[in-house]
Design a protein around this ligand. Structure first.
Ligand SMILES: NC(=O)c1ccc[n+]([C@@H]2O[C@H](COP(=O)([O-])OP(=O)(O)OC[C@H]3O[C@@H](n4cnc5c(N)ncnc54)[C@H](OP(=O)(O)O)[C@@H]3O)[C@@H](O)[C@H]2O)c1
Length: 240
């Protein structure tokens, strides 16, 4: 690995389970300091206990902009800096467009799109002051392509993720000339509780799912590049 993660401070949203938890474990192995963010205190506490003293957790609903601002201030006060932001938190819903209740459509956008933007805009002034940093958005293949005839349908989820792709690309341009990297990863299906949590009856071993640990390793690789190299957009798919 090129980047030394020792004493780097990483904020990971959605760190209580799934992909976010795996990223946290890998970064902790590299001696990074971690701010684990999600809504469930119990699950966060378990991850913190698994990782040890280099991790702290912060209970926050990222769809609440005021709560996000407060949480980022707390994280900054606790650690004194933020080097890496991983916008990973997300939720799922699927079905015909007209079967999506308006509250669900709003929730998808509130968490996936607005949550990502709120966390990023709260962290950005800190990164700018430090004049360095990395922002990595966990998007989805659903942020760059529509599901096709075999998968889905999940058009509101796709719409929310496409918006995150737009934000990611546009922010990368906005920050050109600074030392703040903005990256997007676009994974296909992974073996996480995402679908079950949303009430859909998938196992964690469907043949279209990648191992979340493999995707976490790829994220670590993206974050490990030399200062003058960026893997800014990376699509990762199941190969079979
Ligand atoms: N699994 C896949 O097939 C797949 C494929 C492509 C992309 N992705 C993306 O990968 C990311 C990680 O998802 P996952 O698959 O690991 O799912 P997961 O296991 O369900 O994890 C989702 C995480 O997001 C957190 N979260 C949800 N709503 C939140 C909110 N309002 N505020 C703060 N945290 C919130 C959850 O914690 P709490 O419930 O404790 O808040 C949890 O830690 C998501 O952005 C997802 O869209 C997943």
């Amino acid at each position: 690995m090129n980047m030394d993660f020792q004493n780097k401070v990483a904020v990971i949203t959605g760190a209580s389970r799934g992909l976010g938890k795996e990223i946290a474990i890998l970064l902790a192995e590299q001696k990074a300091k971690l701010a684990l963010v999600s809504r469930s205190e119990n699950e966060l506490n378990k991850v913190k206990e698994e990782i040890g003293p280099n991790a702290e957790y912060f209970v926050c609903d990222i769809s609440n902009s005021k709560a996000v601002e407060k949480t980022i201030v707390e994280i900054h006060q606790k650690f004194g800096k933020i080097d890496i932001l991983i916008n990973n938190a997300g939720i799922w819903f699927e079905g015909l467009a007209e079967k999506h209740p308006p509250e669900k459509v709003k929730e998808l956008f509130d968490v996936i799109t607005l949550g990502t933007i709120y966390v990023t805009t709260s962290v950005l002034p800190i990164l700018k002051k430090q004049a360095e940093g990395q922002i990595l958005n966990v998007v989805s293949v659903a942020g760059i392509e529509t599901p096709g005839a075999e998968m889905g349908p999940y058009s509101p989820y796709t719409a929310a993720k496409y918006a995150v792709t737009g934000f990611t690309k546009s922010l990368e341009e906005e920050l050109k000339g600074t030392k703040i990297k903005v990256m997007g990863i676009y994974p296909g299906g992974m073996n996480t509780p995402l679908f079950k949590k949303a009430g859909f009856d998938y196992t964690e071993n469907e043949n279209w799912m990648m191992d979340k640990k493999d995707v976490a390793k790829i994220i670590l690789f993206m974050l490990s590049q030399p200062k003058d190299v960026i893997i800014d957009h990376l699509v990762v798919r199941k190969f079979s």
